[in-house]
Design a protein around this ligand. Structure first.
Ligand code: GTP
Ligand code: MG
Length: 137
């Protein structure tokens, strides 16, 4: 697939790392198709992460994801989903490889700086959660 979806999470936006992270994304060869700064209510965060509804961290996760602004983006590159997950690194920054976005910017397993879709199908669903058809050139 050629596209994936990402969002810079509230910890990284709040720490002023939006520019540095966006620069790493572009330098890794991803084209930014769509981008904005916005905010999720707790209810919308719950919808976005509905797949994790039964997990013990769901309540914390939806509180955290609605705690401040986020920067969602649609990205384009060959093999986008897999290559982007490599660029961001493991969910837990303690396990993330050197040079990955989470190694550099994540605070904890929860406040881990950035999201990356885990499949082509979810990339489309998640992109449509934030962007209208006319925004996805
Ligand atoms: P995303 O790209 O954000 O989907 O992360 P991921 O695919 O690497 O992880 P996963 O989908 O399993 O979890 C979604 C998000 O929930 C993570 O990015 C974290 O923000 C949070 N999370 C995952 N595991 C834990 C956990 O054990 N404790 C807490 N507090 N949060 C977690
Ligand atoms: Mg995930």
């Amino acid at each position: 697939g050629k596209r994936t979806f990402t969002m810079i999470k509230p910890d990284a936006v709040g720490a002023g790392n939006t520019g540095a992270i966006t620069k790493m994304i572009e330098e890794a060869g991803f084209k930014i198709v769509a981008m904005k700064k916005t905010y999720m209510s707790k209810e919308r965060a719950g919808q976005f992460y509905a797949v994790h509804k039964e997990r013990p961290f769901y309540e914390d996760l939806t509180n955290y994801m609605s705690s401040g602004p986020i920067v969602p983006m649609i990205l384009e590159k060959d093999n986008a989903v897999e290559d982007f997950r490599k660029l961001i690194g493991a969910t837990n920054p303690k396990e993330a490889a050197e040079g990955t976005i989470r190694k550099l910017f994540a605070e904890s397993i929860e406040a881990n700086a950035i999201h990356g879709s885990d499949s082509d199908e979810n990339a489309t669903i998640e992109g449509n959660f934030f962007f209208a058809e006319i925004e996805k050139f």
